[in-house]
Write a new protein. Structure first.
Ligand code: HEM
Ligand code: HEM
Length: 178
């Protein structure tokens, strides 16, 4: 159960599922061939679209769960630390959502269909050859680095709580903790 002093199993499950999918997605995004006019929706590119659709589903479900369940107050010694933690959490949700939608549009602009679980086709956000879909791809490629920056800040905060402040903040997001 989720109380206001810890995260429940569902929140933890979604948190670590999204982390694992993002690690996979950054890896695939880095090793897939550079996407140009003649690139096909095959191999690593195909995996990128497959994992991307899963990330979108996971972040939407996670956010819906978050709205309906109480979450612990971000613990911090000072007001600015609490504000920074809250701002970072919202930016993580927002960036993952925006990046996946932009990636989806970029895929459609190249004439590729995005399918959930590789089976359920998602509607096209723009037609093949669309200028804004192409633009979406360029913004996607920039925002992935902004997201990396926020992930680094978030990770630094979690490690500071654990190793410097020596409190239970990291533990309350780990499996098995209560
Ligand atoms: C948060 C999740 C995602 C991450 C971290 C991510 C990461 C990346 C990376 C590292 C690249 C290569 C950038 C480059 O070559 O400079 C890329 C490109 C691309 N990604 Fe993603 N991606 C994500 C979600 C998605 C989704 C959901 C889709 C589509 C369903 C998608 C479709 C694409 C496309 C089409 C490109 C090529 C863009 C272009 O140059 O036109 N991505 N992504
Ligand atoms: C890299 C390893 C990571 C660690 C060690 C970690 C650790 C944590 C911890 C300890 C919390 C609880 C903070 C608190 O109680 O105030 C938390 C919350 C959160 N984490 Fe992570 N995290 C990691 C990666 C990520 C990534 C990649 C994302 C990207 C989506 C993310 C998104 C979030 C969000 C949105 C929250 C706030 C949950 C809420 O209250 O709604 N985390 N994380």
């Amino acid at each position: 159960m989720q109380t206001s002093s810890t995260y429940g199993p569902t929140a933890k499950f979604f948190h670590w599922l999204v982390v694992a999918l993002l690690v996979a997605q950054y890896t695939i995004g880095s090793i897939m061939p550079h996407i140009g006019r003649n690139t096909q929706d095959a191999g690593w590119v195909h995996w990128h679209l497959l994992v991307g659709a899963l990330i979108l589903l996971a972040i939407v479900l996670r956010f819906a769960w978050r709205i309906k369940s109480p979450v612990p107050e971000p613990a911090a010694d000072t007001n600015w630390e609490r504000m920074l933690a809250t701002f970072t959490h919202w930016m993580l949700y927002l960036l993952v959502f925006v990046i996946t939608v932009l990636g989806w549009a970029a895929a459609n602009s190249r004439g590729w269909e995005v399918k959930l679980f590789g089976l359920v086709p998602l509607p096209a956000l723009c037609p093949k050859g669309s200028a804004w879909g192409h633009e979406a791809g360029d913004i996607h490629n920039v925002l992935i680095y902004v997201l990396l920056g926020f992930i680094a800040l978030h990770l630094a905060g979690a490690l500071k709580h654990h190793f410097i402040d020596r409190n239970d903040i990291l533990k309350r997001m780990l499996p098995g903790s209560r």
